[in-house]
Structures are given as C-alpha cells and as structure tokens.
Design a protein around this ligand. Structure first.
Ligand code: 0O2
Length: 219
C-alpha cells in the first residue's frame, strides 16, 4: 500500500498486492480453481473405471495447485509482459496446475490418451519429457489443455497444465527442484552430474518395474 511521508507519497514496495486484491484477479483465480476441480474429477472417474477393468489403480496421487501471486509476478516479469488480468489469462498456461502421479510409465500414456479423447477437452500443447528427457534428466509428460467450466452465467474454456509422472520421476523432480533453489551450492556440476545419473537409473527402474508387473499380470 502507498504511504504518506514528509517527502510526499511514497511508492509501495509491493504494488502487486493491490492488484492481487482486485475483483477481476480474484474472479480469474476462482475460474482457474474450477478448472482444477473439473480436471481432478475427470482423473478420479478414470481411475475408478480403470480399477474395475484392470483390478488396480493407475493413479497413485493427484496434486493440484494454483500458481501463487509471487510466481505469477516472477513469470510475467521474466517474459516481459505487463501485469494485468487480461495478460495473465492470455499468456500463462500454468496458473491451474494438476500433477498426476502414476504407478507405471504406460499408465501415464493410457491416462493422457483417455483424457484427451474426451470431446470437451482441447489439446493446446504436448511436451513429452519422458520420450525426450531434458538435458538435466527431468522426465514428465506435460499437457496444456483447454477445459470448459460451467458457471452461473455460462460456459468458459480455461487453460490448465497437467503434468504426468511416475512416483520415481516425481521423487527426482521434487528433490532436484529443492536443490536448484539453494543458494551458493558448492560443486554444482558434480551435483548436476549425480542428479543426471540418478534420473537415468530411475528411468531404467521404472521400465523394469513395468516389465515385472506385466510378468505378474499374465499369470
Ligand atoms: P512450479 O512451481 O512447478 O509451477 P517456463 O515455465 O516459461 O519456464 P515452460 O516451457 O512453460 O517454461 O516450462 P516447462 O518446460 O513446460 O516446465 C514447466 C514446469 O515443469 C515447471 O514449473 C516445473 O514444475 C516443471 N519442470 C520443468 N523442467 C523442470 C526441471 O528441470 N526440474 C524440475 N524439478 N521441474 C521442472 P515451474 O514454473 O518451474 O514452477
């Protein structure tokens, strides 16, 4: 908030705080929350049906998050976009985020296929970091989707990011994310090399576990 001083009106250090209290921003965030709810329900329905068909649950866990005001400001500044409700909606695809943790790599592609074949879902972009891991070893399947939400005054399509990972990929990514934000780390390249080795091992273990499950399934 701006404050009066002897020298006159002093600019606030955090003018964004006013923006984030704005009704337009709050309304947009409410809509993203609805998109998260819609997606989460779709995944729970698919998991329930899959478990009856195959006698196991492909989804270990679903995590959802609304991008924090701090992360929104950071990304808008990094990309050079002015902070406005319109610009957030137009440019950011990951304000609504859903992370689906699966048991096996094959489940990721089955679930992604089942979801994207639904006729109310629009596929905006697919980034397959499992088929093509990032140079640091990061693995995950990212989908940017358009999903309808039904409000009192009609239907609206919202964009959302879905990340699919196995338990092992998620373990790696969570740890790597924490380490990345540590300041003044010594031996950064040694650590990066070790993380890459772990990521590759994890990729192999995921595939071997899937083979073992298939061997058990045929019995
Ligand atoms: P948070 O807190 O997870 O939401 P940009 O978002 O512009 O940097 P882009 O192309 O949109 O780039 O990103 P991309 O590749 O689709 O990845 C976006 C998200 O994927 C990240 O969100 C992470 O959640 C995850 N991710 C991508 N690469 C890595 C990685 O190397 N390590 C880990 N641990 N996670 C990764 P945010 O924005 O970082 O934040």
């Amino acid at each position: 908030m701006a404050e009066n001083t002897e020298a006159g009106i002093k600019e606030t250090e955090y003018p964004e705080e006013i923006f984030f209290e704005d009704a337009g921003y709050q309304n947009l965030m409410m809509q993203y929350k609805c998109a998260i709810l819609e997606l989460e329900t779709k995944f729970r329905v698919l998991d329930t049906e899959f478990s009856l068909q195959y006698n196991r649950n492909p989804i270990e866990n679903i995590k959802t998050r609304l991008k924090s005001p701090h992360s929104i400001v950071e990304k808008m500044q990094r990309k050079g976009w002015d902070l406005s409700v319109e610009n957030i909606e137009k440019n950011l695809s990951d304000v609504a985020g859903v992370r689906v943790i699966c048991s096996f790599p094959e489940d990721i592609y089955s679930l992604a296929g089942m979801l994207t074949r639904q006729d109310d879902i629009v596929v905006v972009e697919i980034k397959d970091y499992i088929a093509r891991p990032k140079p640091n070893g990061y693995r995950s399947l990212h989908l940017i989707l358009g999903i309808p939400i039904f409000l009192s005054d009609g239907k609206k399509h919202m964009r959302a990011e879905v990340q699919f990972r196995t338990i092992a990929m998620d373990f790696w990514a969570s740890l790597e994310h924490k380490l990345k934000y540590k300041q003044d780390i010594e031996n950064a390249d040694v650590i990066a090399r070790e993380l890459k080795k772990c990521a590759d091992t994890i990729g192999q273990v995921d595939n071997r576990m899937e083979e073992i499950r298939k061997m058990i399934d045929v019995q």
